[in-house]
Design a protein around this ligand. Structure first.
Ligand code: AMP
Length: 288
């Protein structure tokens, strides 16, 4: 087996541009943007990037534009040294870890047409969140100039919005969706899980259990019945406060009155478990 490459750590945006120009000669550059506190979910994106591209970059940038609650931003876990070690082990070539000031120098955030994909779910719960995400992803792409960028289905609405914007604005990058990585008990891996107590960590599996209950009814019972099954599971953990639980069209993410003829739907959930707001989703397919 080839030895893992030495990870280059870059903080200066202009150095990232130069790095990218140097490495593009070897073929496409794969890119995994993150906010750090890396776990197996992030590393799976790096592995997928590695299998598709000879050179892989990852970024760690805790984007202030996408946090609505300043306390959430403040408490977001940060551990750059450990993350760099994990990235090196995973075969990543470059870590772009810019300072906030460097990313926002001479930059006025724009307003993007999100095609109404932010109308539901995370959109109303976190005003300005997706504009913040798209603005920063655009900045990161501007510096790293990837050919392929890997995003998790865990953040389904974010992924769908980025696919939409990239296509609409003809960004010269392919957005590659990657499946959600889960713990053995079904909980979707998330940097925020670290802040759950052992009891809360166990309770948090209710999100996945509710999604599964909905998947069992998908395309056989009415969507309302699927929702009712999910709600019953959520109600079994009274300490968990549901923000939304929904079945939506797989392409438009609009709430469903009936199952779409496309056969593409998604069950979505967001809930507060102790101090942490968690989100998850599951693809629903005919004959699942
Ligand atoms: P974050 O650091 O939370 O902003 O996530 C960075 C990227 O990793 C995003 O594309 C997420 O969707 C993805 N990601 C986070 N958790 C998971 C997971 N459990 N499985 C797959 N991808 C994930």
């Amino acid at each position: 087996m080839e030895p893992a490459p030495i990870l280059e750590i870059i903080t200066e945006p202009s150095h990232a541009v130069a790095w990218s120009a140097r490495h593009r000669r070897n073929g496409p550059i794969g890119f995994v943007p993150t906010m750090g506190a890396l776990h197996e979910g992030h590393l799976e994106l790096v592995h997928r990037a590695r299998s598709a591209c000879p050179t892989v970059a990852c970024s760690i940038f805790v984007n202030p534009l996408q946090f609505n609650d300043p306390r959430d931003l403040e408490r977001y876990p940060r551990r750059l040294q450990e993350d760099a070690r994990l990235l090196e082990q995973a075969g990543c070539h470059m870590l772009f870890a810019p300072e906030k000031e460097a990313i926002f120098a001479d930059f006025t955030p724009g307003t993007y047409d999100l095609g109404g994909l932010d109308r539901h779910w995370e959109g109303p719960s976190r005003p300005g969140h997706f504009q913040g995400v798209v603005n920063v992803v655009e900045r990161l792409f501007h510096y790293v100039r990837p050919d392929m960028a890997f995003f998790g289905e865990k953040d389904r609405q974010q992924l769908t919005i980025l696919q939409h914007v990239a296509q609409r604005l003809r960004w010269p990058v392919t957005i590659v969706p990657c499946p959600t990585v889960r713990a053995a008990d079904g909980l979707a891996l998330s940097s925020r899980n670290q802040r759950l107590s052992p009891d809360e960590r166990e309770t948090a599996t209710v999100l996945y259990r509710a999604l599964q209950a909905m998947a069992e009814k998908a395309f056989s019972a009415h969507p309302e019945e699927a929702l009712a099954a999910g709600r019953a599971v959520m109600a079994s953990e009274p300490s968990v406060v549901t923000d939304y639980l929904a079945v939506a069209d797989g392409a438009t993410l609009a709430p469903l009155e009936d199952w779409p003829a496309s056969g593409r739907a998604v069950a979505l959930v967001a809930a507060q478990v102790g101090p942490v707001r968690l989100i998850d989703n599951l693809t629903l397919e005919v004959g699942q």
